[in-house]
Design a protein around this ligand. Sequence first.
Ligand code: ADP
Ligand code: ZN
Length: 215
Amino acid sequence: MRIILLGAPGAGKGTVAKLLTEFDGSVQISTGDILRAAVKEGTPLGKEAKGYMDRGDLVPDSLIMKLMEVRLQEPDCAKGFILDGFPRTIPQAEALKTLLAGLKIRLDFVANLEVPRDVILDRLTTRRTCSNPDCQEIYNIKSNPPGPGGVCKKCGSPTIQRADETEEAISFRLETYNAKTAPLIGFYGKEGLLKTFVSLSSKDTVESIKGALKA
Ligand code: ADP
Ligand code: ZN
């Protein structure tokens, strides 16, 4: 499959993307995960991105496009990809359109995950993430808690609350989403690529997306 997952922070894009990779071997490409790994490793990309990320602000479009241009041409993308957290702005969506046209890649559709605001707020404040950059498993202290002592059940590393998951950073991320990312709903609507999924359970959403792919 070749799809984009669109949705506010906390809409469940990461969880849905992971479940979809098990379906047909398509790779999940999360710009957030790539950036966090770069910050942790202290690469030049990571050094440039860190300040923006800690504030909950977007990393500049030019940096993201440099990264994605390379990533989308890696061999594992040939089987298909699920874009999670990209594009995030109209300029990124325009640049992606040009890039995909050049690579002769056609998207199946853009899945817009719609989740009520109170559900989103609750999810973001209760989220914990594995601190191991090679794992980054996501937990929720209410619905999917980490193991005893707060360690990751997959790799045993401590789980943490991300710097951008303080209340202040969360409300800024939601404002940023409304101002910069929500306009992509109109953009992909015009392109005839948009499908909206009311998404309360990740599992149900995955089934609906699979159904839409077959149709
Ligand atoms: P979220 O939980 O907000 O969806 P992500 O893990 O997708 O978070 O991204 C974390 C941070 O990484 C964002 O707040 C932003 O600073 C940066 N980031 C990720 N993807 C992009 C992108 N496509 N464009 C700009 N910044 C991005
Ligand atoms: Zn882990």
